[in-house]
Design a binder for this molecule. Structure first.
Ligand SMILES: Nc1ncnc2c1ncn2[C@@H]1O[C@H](COP(=O)(O)OP(=O)(O)OP(=O)(O)O)[C@@H](O)[C@H]1O
Ligand SMILES: [Mg+2]
Length: 246
């Protein structure tokens, strides 16, 4: 579904991705790992056309999106549900209004239907008591749950993109988010999760891509990753041992 063909990208003279090629099918569960600033968020933004590459092609379902207009990109974006790193709820809207927003914006639902749907989505993640709360009153974990439900409220995305969905959460809240991600994807649904928490990546994904210095230094399954001798990867794997042994 997603194909990067020799993609390079820089922010002005800050060069981030160099000649990157990979493809991901819509039913794959991929974790993109890497250090801070290695370009993980940038990759997700390129996938949905929020950024355009300096060179190379990005194909979504075989269509080159690099030359598309904003209007044309809309049809590409609705294939994805993207949960941004900063959660980005509207501060001035209540929890329910946040989830209602895309329903109002993108569907022809009546106010009554919108209300019912938003309440139902929030009930699904245990937030029925918080419908009237403002974002600032939420814990980090609750905030993420609202953001995830909002991202999928109006569409039936083919693929979910999660940017650091569990970062900064305590282990229990992170566990709730991991379960939610697996639950939403159901049987065979795919996603890309960008993270530097290898423990959560291992819980969720079965394919791992490791980003470093503008390129992919590893792309493979669990066993190969565990056996990797690449120093940067060994450092990430140490966190896994810490988590397992207590
Ligand atoms: N709008 C921007 N303008 C200039 N530089 C940027 C911009 N956005 C990101 N960068 C830089 O580009 C690099 C890659 O950013 P990106 O956000 O993709 O990294 P990341 O891997 O997601 O990092 P993190 O783990 O901290 O989220 C970083 O060095 C960042 O400082
Ligand atoms: Mg990031």
């Amino acid at each position: 579904m997603i194909e990067f063909d020799r993609v390079s990208f820089s922010y002005g003279n800050r060069f981030v991705l160099n000649d990157l090629s990979f493809s991901v099918h819509e039913n794959e569960r991929v974790a993109i790992l890497g250090g801070s600033g290695d370009g993980k968020t940038t990759i997700l933004k390129l996938i949905i056309g929020l950024l355009r590459p300096d060179s190379g092609k990005i194909l979504i379902d075989g269509e080159d999106i690099t030359e598309k207009t904003e209007d044309e990109l809309r049809d590409i974006r609705i294939k994805f549900s993207m949960v941004f790193q900063d959660g980005a709820l509207f501060d001035s809207l209540s929890v329910k209004e946040n989830v209602a927003f895309p329903l109002r914006e993108y569907t022809g639902m009546t106010e009554e239907e919108i209300d019912r749907k938003a309440t139902e989505l929030l009930r699904r993640v245990g937030l029925e008591q918080a419908v009237g709360h403002m974002p600032e009153e939420l814990s980090g974990g609750m905030h993420r749950r609202v953001a995830i439900m909002r991202s999928m409220a109006a569409f039936e995305p083919k693929m979910f993109l999660y940017d650091e969905a569990t970062t900064g959460l305590d282990p229990v809240s992170a566990d709730v988010i991991c379960k939610l991600i697996l639950d939403i994807s159901g049987q065979g649904g795919g996603f890309i999760i960008v993270t530097h928490k290898i423990f959560d990546a291992f819980r969720l994904a079965n394919r791992f891509m490791f980003l470093k210095g503008g390129g992919i230094i590893f792309d493979g399954g669990r066993e190969t990753l565990l056996g990797s001798t690449i120093p940067e990867i060994r450092i990430f794997l140490r966190e896994l041992n810490v988590n397992h042994n207590g």
